[in-house]
Design a protein around this ligand. Structure first.
Ligand SMILES: Nc1ncnc2c1ncn2[C@@H]1O[C@H](COP(=O)(O)OP(=O)(O)OP(=O)(O)O)[C@@H](O)[C@H]1O
Ligand SMILES: [Mg+2]
Length: 510
């Protein structure tokens, strides 16, 4: 980050001067924060982040240009997110200690800058906030900016729910002794999410239900770890950002979204499956689909890569799985998304390590338990590109299986058009149709690589002129660029592999 950053747009010079100074100090502060952060000096980093964010948001508040203001807010959000993580890493607030300045962040009395770190807004929240003409630039009382909102439809997380009730504010959270209070997702969406759950409990420490049943300290330690590592509050992927895959989207709607909207319709034979497996070749949008479920459903969303259970939480995987499901049950409706599930639930049983056998068993026990006990609002969504390797027992529990195939021609067309987006070029009509033909067998992520490669061609053609040419004079991308790129970016999934998926697919229905 430096003074040539994207927020340096053109603004009216006179008004901009003072504001730029403010923003410059904010940026300098955030640079120092980042550097402290890198050195592991988290407390100092947090304080600097907090001040830097404050300055940046003050600058945003005075910024007349919509675009620039948004860039500033976005920039602040990135740092807020990091500051939130640091806060979790530092653990629950303690009684004033010499190493922790009492004024730092959430240890405030709930006023002032601490209010900046309210729940992380989702992309939609930020859009809403900007549309409404309000910038949530950290007004101290959480009310102020709401009254500055000039309409714009629904209020955003910035302007409602948790923050106004004081839930989402770290300052307020600290008073209740639970660091999870400020967490994002749930509170931002006004659901029974984490922030809201803790607030409802009012006594802290427990979420909406089950609090106090277990040892509080054990619980909060694990809970924090889970919330920090696995709670995914704003994946920002919508159904519309996924090209094709209509069948998969519809299945997920029927399994996740509609049953929650109309529980009366989805009973008996229509009772939704509690375990869904997304399978298919790599790079076809499985993870994107799971993220879209999170965005579109508004459920509390936990996202865990199964391989991290064996790599990151060595020896602790089993405990983490148990705790994850417990934390999720307290925050229903919730989705637990387990990516790369094959790495834990593969059938390769022989000679497996005792720890991985225990981890596998724990998973199966928890999968069995999901949706039981009268709570059918906990859904497990799993993804794999090696479905053939999955254990029978695991498959039984993931009873709804959705094949996520390579994109068909209409999906490739949508993908390519989407990727080329605003880029200059003439890939339309017949050119687009032939490109769609040429890219049979390419996955979504292959297409992305291909478009990137093709987009570089006009730049390469410039030779040394690249240093001086005006952006508007760079030529557009054409079909020849793609012809040149195709041999460099080959499809990553072979025909044979696709056949194996299709065979497995048939074996399920057969
Ligand atoms: N249907 C799609 N629509 C839009 N983008 C897509 C689609 N499929 C893939 N992509 C692009 O490819 C990237 C990878 O997609 P994603 O991570 O969802 O694949 P995946 O199926 O989970 O792969 P893997 O099995 O390797 O985990 C995305 O970030 C996106 O850019
Ligand atoms: Mg994936």
């Amino acid at each position: 980050m430096n003074s040539t950053g994207p927020w340096r747009g053109a603004g009216p010079a006179s008004a901009a001067a003072g504001n730029d100074a403010l923003i410059d100090s904010g940026i300098a502060m955030l640079e120092r924060a980042t550097s402290m952060d890198k050195q592991g000096q988290l407390e100092e980093a947090f304080t600097l982040y907090e001040r830097g964010i404050d300055l940046l948001l003050q600058g945003a508040r005075q910024e007349p240009g919509d675009q620039r203001r948004q860039t500033l807010i976005n920039e602040a959000r990135v740092h807020m997110s990091r500051a939130e993580h640091i806060k979790l890493a530092l653990g629950p607030p303690q009684s004033p200690s010499p190493t922790r300045p009492a004024s730092a962040g959430w240890r405030d009395s709930g006023r002032g800058k601490a209010a900046l770190l309210r729940p992380k807004p989702t992309a939609a929240d930020v859009r809403g906030s900007l549309r409404g003409g309000s910038i949530d630039a950290g007004s101290p009382d959480g009310e102020n900016h709401a009254s500055r909102s000039s309409g714009g439809g629904k209020s955003s997380a910035y302007t409602r729910g948790g923050a106004r009730r004081g839930v989402g504010r770290i300052g307020a959270a600290s008073g209740r002794g639970t660091p999870s209070t400020f967490t994002r997702g749930g509170a931002g969406r006004g659901r029974s999410g984490i922030g809201a759950g803790s607030a409802a409990a009012g006594t802290g420490g427990g979420g909406a239900r089950g609090g106090g049943r277990r040892e509080k300290s054990d619980k909060s330690e694990l809970e924090n770890k889970i919330l920090e590592d696995m709670l995914d509050s704003s994946p920002g992927v919508t159904w519309d950002s996924i090209a094709g895959l209509e069948y998969a989207k519809q299945t997920l709607q029927e399994t996740v979204i509609l049953p929650n909207l109309r529980p009366d319709l989805f009973t008996g034979l229509r009772a939704p499956a509690r375990g869904v497996l997304l399978y298919g070749p790599p790079g076809t949008g499985k993870t994107m689909l799971a993220k879209a479920v999170a965005t579109e459903s508004g459920y509390t969303f936990f996202n865990i890569s199964a391989s991290s259970l064996t790599s990151k939480y060595v020896g602790e995987g089993e405990k983490m799985v148990r705790a994850l499901f417990a934390v999720a049950r307290e925050r229903v409706p919730a989705v637990i998304f387990i990516d790369e599930i094959d790495s834990v639930l593969s059938a390769r049983g022989e000679g497996e390590h005792e720890a991985s056998r225990r981890l596998k068993t724990e998973f199966l026990v928890q999968l069995d338990g999901a949706g039981q006990g009268g709570d059918d609002r906990l859904l497990v969504l799993a993804a794999t590109n090696l479905p053939q390797e999955l254990d029978e027992a695991a498959l039984r529990r993931l009873s709804r299986r959705v094949y996520v195939p390579l994109p068909d021609p209409p999906a490739r067309k949508a993908l390519i058009s989407g990727l080329l987006g605003q880029q200059k070029g003439n890939i339309k009509g017949a050119a687009l149709a032939s490109l769609v033909d040429m890219t049979e067998g390419y996955s979504g992520s292959d297409l992305k690589q291909l478009c990137k490669e093709a987009a570089m061609q006009p730049i390469r053609d410039l030779g040394t002129r690249v240093r001086t040419v005006a952006a508007k004079d760079v030529r557009g991308i054409n079909l020849d660029d793609f012809r040149a790129a195709l041999p460099k970016v080959l499809p990553s999934v072979s025909r044979k592999t696709v056949e194996r998926y299709e065979e497995w697919n048939r074996s399920l229905s057969g």
